[in-house]
Structures are given as C-alpha cells and as structure tokens.
Design a protein around this ligand. Structure first.
Ligand code: GUN
Length: 287
C-alpha cells in the first residue's frame, strides 16, 4: 500500500485562510493592519525569488509589506541602522533579514539578527525566542519547523507518545523541531553527521523529519513500515529539477504518510511567516 501524500498546498491554504480572518479581526478590533518588513542585502537570485514570494503572500492575505533592498556593499552599520528604524516603526510588526547575507557580513550574522526586537522577530532566530522555545514558552517560533507541526495537526496525525527522529541539527530546523516535538510529548532523537548506524535509529521512528540538504539521502530500508515522513530538504539537482532529502518514489511504498518535494512543507513556511506576523502584531498591541 502506498503512503498518504501530505500535499503542502492543502494545509498552506487552510493556514492562509485563518490568517486572512485574523487580519480582518485585528483591523476591526484595533484598526491596525499587520505589517512585515523584509530586508534583502545584495543580489542572491534564489533569495530574490523567496522575498518576492513572501511579498506576494502578504498581499494575498491582506497584510502590509515592505521589501527593503540594500546594495551588496552595504556596511553592517547601515543594516543595523535600518533594523533600528524598523524596530521603532509603528506600522511594522515583523522584521525578517533574508539569509544568507553577503560574505563580508556573514561573520556578523548573529549580531545582526540579535539586533531585531524579539517581539518583531518573525523568523524566531533571536536568542530570547530560542530560549523561550527551549523552556516551553513558545513565543515567535521558526517558520519551517512550526509549519511541520501545524501540518501534522491539520492532518490529524498525533505526536504525543510517538518516537520522533530528526536528521539534522540546524538552528533553523533540527533544533527548534526537537523542542516543538518534545513539548508535544514525543520521545525525540536527533541524528547528525556523526551518528553511528543511522539506519538502525531511523528504523525505530514513528515520525521521521529530515533536514540535511542531501538529495534523496533517505531510502526505503531506513523506514519503519507505516511511519510518517516529513522531508524538509529542497535540493536543486538540475536547472529545473528539485528533490528532497528523501527518495520519495521508494519511501512512499513503505511509509504511512509522506510529504513530497516540491509541493510539501516548503509551502507551509511562508504561510507560517504570515501567521507569525499576525502573532507579532497581537504581541505588540498588548504591550
Ligand atoms: N533563507 C532561507 N531560509 C530562510 C529563513 O527561514 N529565514 C530567513 N531570514 N532567511 C532564509
């Protein structure tokens, strides 16, 4: 029997519908339209596509958005000044600095992200938000792992009591995913490049989350029959061919449910950015 295919579009549309209604409610209650500012420094073509998609999605749900384009040779001080201005701006509730930053600034990435007001940090990358997540006080949570959790909830897939295995320990996906699953009462194992006999661990997973950036890395022998498999990887293997970290064609024959790439959890990331911006607006209105 082949697996249930968890189509990102279905869940992303449900989330966007909820966000749209929340925005109408915020306007009625407070006369405020949530606003998102996205800063992009330099000319990275993939980043430009992502930023354009974010801007379009804001329009779709009735949110205000600004894209701030800064030249590749901008200084750290110029970027920090821009963030300081947005931290104070009343019409901006969410601030996102698109990564990666140009090479000359990458060593300053932590300092730059830490400069964003934690209540406007819709990426959930600020140490205050990371810390809150780790002690079970979810404030603003990184969009991609939060999207995976929302998808499981909307799909009616229980987390509590499951053995969840995560492959990958990044700050953007693996680590926040660990905290989100743990606080929802899963038993969580995190695997990474040093893990010995990876397949023996993944074979025990009721829920497997993969975020390592290696095309088709997870194969059918690594899967427990009936497991739920979430593929966070997006790998371009040819000019027009995207694949995930999971070998979808093989694994769908063993898994109970699986997300495709493209068309899987990637679509939820932007929906969760909209969700986080509305949440940030509510946080600020309560201050
Ligand atoms: N670049 C790729 N993914 C992300 C993300 O989630 N947030 C930001 N700010 N930049 C990214």
């Amino acid at each position: 029997m082949t697996a249930r295919i968890l189509e990102g579009k279905v869940f992303a549309n449900q989330i966007k519908e909820t966000v749209k209604n929340d925005i109408v409610a915020l306007k009625e209650e407070f006369g405020v339209t949530p606003g998102l500012a996205v800063i992009i420094v330099g000319e990275n073509p993939a980043s430009r596509v992502y930023v354009a998609n974010k801007h379009r999605s804001c329009g779709d749900v009735g949110m205000y958005s600004e894209v701030i384009e800064m030249p590749a040779d901008s200084t750290k001080e110029q970027l920090l000044n821009k963030i300081a201005e947005l931290n104070q701006a009343e019409n901006i509730h969410g601030i996102l600095v698109q990564l990666p930053l140009p090479k000359h600034m990458s060593a300053d990435e932590a300092e730059i992200l830490n400069f964003i007001d934690p209540d406007k940090d819709v990426d959930g990358f600020h140490p205050v938000n990371v810390g809150k997540l780790s002690i079970g006080q979810e404030h603003l949570v990184p969009c991609t792992p939060l999207g995976c959790i929302k998808m499981l909830e909307l799909a009616g897939i229980d987390i509590a009591g499951k053995h969840a295995v995560i492959i990958g320990r990044s700050n953007i996906v693996g680590k926040p995913m660990f905290n989100l699953l743990l606080s929802r009462n899963a038993t969580v194992t995190v695997c990474h490049s040093w893990t010995k006999d990876l397949a023996s661990v993944t074979k025990e997973a009721d829920l497997l989350v993969v975020a390592i950036g290696k095309p088709n890395f997870v194969t059918a022998e690594m899967i427990k029959p009936g497991a739920v498999v979430i593929d966070v990887g997006i790998n371009r293997i040819a000019p027009k061919k995207l694949v995930g970290d999971v070998d979808f064609e093989q694994v769908k024959e063993v898994a109970g449910a699986i997300t495709p790439v493209p068309g899987g959890v990637g679509l939820l990331t932007i929906a969760m950015l909209m969700h986080n911006t509305v949440k940030a607006a509510r946080i600020q209105l309560k201050k």
